[in-house]
Design a protein around this ligand. Sequence first.
Ligand SMILES: O=C(CO)COP(=O)(O)O
Length: 255
Amino acid sequence: MARTPLLMGNWKMYKTVAEARAFAEALGQQSSALRDGVEYAICAPFTTLHVLRVMLPAQVKIGAQNVYPEKEGAYTGEIAPVMLAEFGTQYVLVGHSERRTLFGESDQMVNHKVRAIIENNMVPVLCVGENLSQKESGQTQAIVSGQVVQGLAGLSASDVAQVVIAYEPVWAIGSGKTATAQDAEVVAKEIRNLVAEQIDASAASSVRILYGGSVKPNNIASFLQQPNIDGALVGGASLDASSFADMASAIGGAL
Ligand SMILES: O=C(CO)COP(=O)(O)O
């Protein structure tokens, strides 16, 4: 089944409102790079979501990088799913390796977040991936499978069909090292097979799988050309509007 390609930026803890506005203006001037039939999104700091929603080209959706899985309550410092949904947020990153390692986000918490995001009609982007020592000891498949199965636990097949899964090998994030497109494809295919076996075949053919980890304008096409990779989750190279537009063009050229 045809899956819509997705180019997603993850700005992490970068950009003030003024910088986000400048990005949106610059991308607006290069919006001819954005094609029909491809989805674009930027997962940005909460404080910049408003200016991005107002100023980004209409094809580029906004996403958040975190959420707390309760309706409301005494959770100082947290943001509820309904607050993000009301705001026009379409995607929410969950389980990014930086949150798992720096903030102790467990698979159980990741699963709570995934379910809360879906209940509020947004799309969770479930991030999974092995670290270097796990890769070197041959545990990639076991680690990734465990994160996928636990992250999606309790979801219906139709919910799983809407989810985006981002395979981001931890050793490739911000390091300038990428998995080869072929290696990333092997893992993406394993994820799709796992969803088919454990959840549902039709959900497996619908779920979108992104690659992330040092994706740049000059390597993005090689990932998008893989049959089981439906897009990219990009950190550093998504911070510059020209680079974002160059990646959009490269995806257009690879389709
Ligand atoms: O963590 C990432 C996206 O979520 C990847 O970051 P880089 O593209 O900077 O390696």
